[in-house]
Write a protein that binds this ligand. Structure first.
Ligand code: UT7
Length: 329
């Protein structure tokens, strides 16, 4: 059976590090509160002149190099982001041009923090159907650009970065199953109010600070804990696997308490779960992409391993993927 598999992976992080101590100088918070309630110690912040596409381009180049693929060989580029360079054109088109992927279609996909896993599922369909051979999926964010640096409920959580994966066809292993879902009744738990057709940008929306991330932390937390377990078990079921078969879980990096709860509910050991949240914070749709690239780079993923990706986010949405890792196509 023709399936999609990951043959290249890459990440890129801005060099500027912001610690919890730095945040203590900006809002009424403490390093102790942030670490205890979220697990986060630091995060990367892009500078003023850096756009989401700049991070996406660097992550893409790394992924293409690992896959030993020329940009001209790409058939499709999907960028998942909630912080596109502009409302339009798609950030994927900017990436397509700047990396020289002259034969690729390109579009953006928005599913909150679940977006990268949604993107993998979309890319996989093009490969399984035989329509395309080489697909690049990117999760990239500059959340610092839509962060209200006076809102301690949100500004301590987020960071910037990008991750990318090259998908190609294989007849052994690869993506075994996906589980995607949404519950739009929770749309008001995590959103940016203005700048779209419902509330176009105006002097008033700027004055009212409606171009920033707003979040009700508690409902999102509860949703996350419930969903991470359910989506994980559902995708394993579709892949005819159990949690015993899993070598590594790569969860969306939002809160170590959420990750710990998912780990316990799935009865996994600590070393079976990849966590980089303390170093990078929550990078939304880049988080699973970056964590996966790091895990592969650090030897936490090897050919033949069963890897489970699971994410949740604004929408509300969720997405999980079961992969039998196989780079040898
Ligand atoms: O990618 C998806 C994005 N979102 C998430 O995954 C978020 C999921 N939710 C969470 O991770 C947690 O709900 C938070 C970390 C956001 C908040 O933790 P919490 O334990 O749910 O705290 P809380 O919102 O119930 O707030 C507890 C207290 C409040 O004070 P009072 O009202 O009890 O006096 C907050 O005002 O903590 C206060 N607080 C802070 N204190 C110091 C909130 N933020 C901060 C802060 N520093 N940064």
């Amino acid at each position: 059976m023709r399936r999609a598999t990951i043959t290249g992976w890459g990440k890129y992080l801005p060099s500027n590090v912001m610690t919890n101590k730095d945040l203590e100088k900006i809002v009424d918070t403490t390093d102790e509160w942030i670490q205890k309630r979220t697990g986060i110690k630091k995060r990367r912040i892009a500078d003023e002149d850096t756009a989401t596409s700049d991070l996406a381009i660097e992550a893409s180049k790394n992924a293409l190099e690992k896959a030993n693929l020329d940009p001209e060989e790409l058939d499709l580029i999907i960028v998942s982001t909630v912080t596109p360079d502009m409302a339009f054109p798609a950030t994927a088109c900017i990436v397509q041009d700047k990396i020289g992927a002259s034969n690729a279609a390109a579009f953006d996909l928005e599913a909150g923090c679940s977006g990268f896993v949604y993107g993998l599922s979309v890319g996989s369909q093009f490969i399984e159907s035989g329509l395309y051979d080489n697909v690049l999926i990117i999760g990239a964010e500059t959340l610092s650009k839509i962060t209200d640096w006076e809102d301690r409920n949100t500004c301590v959580l987020f960071g910037d970065g990008a991750g990318a994966a090259v998908l190609q066809a294989t007849d052994k292993g690869g993506f075994l199953a996906f589980d995607l879902g949404s519950d739009g009744s929770g749309a008001d738990a995590l959103y940016m109010e203005a700048g779209g057709s419902a509330k176009p940008a105006s002097l008033e929306t700027v004055k009212n600070k409606q171009h920033y991330i707003r979040m009700e932390g508690n409902p999102v937390f509860k949703f996350a804990v419930k969903t991470m377990k359910k989506a994980s078990l559902d995708v394993l079921d579709k892949a005819s696997l159990t949690t015993d078969d899993i070598n590594l879980l790569i969860p969306h990096q939002a809160n170590t308490r959420i990750i710990k709860s998912a780990r316990r509910r799935l009865k996994l050991d600590e070393d079976e779960v990849y966590v980089n949240l303390p170093e990078l914070g929550n990078t939304s749709s880049a988080s699973v992409a970056i964590a996966m690239a790091e895990a592969r780079e650090n030897g936490k993923i090897n050919n033949g391993d069963n890897v489970l990706l699971v994410a949740f986010g604004a929408g509300l949405t969720w997405a999980a993927a079961a992969i039998e890792w196989n780079e040898n196509i």
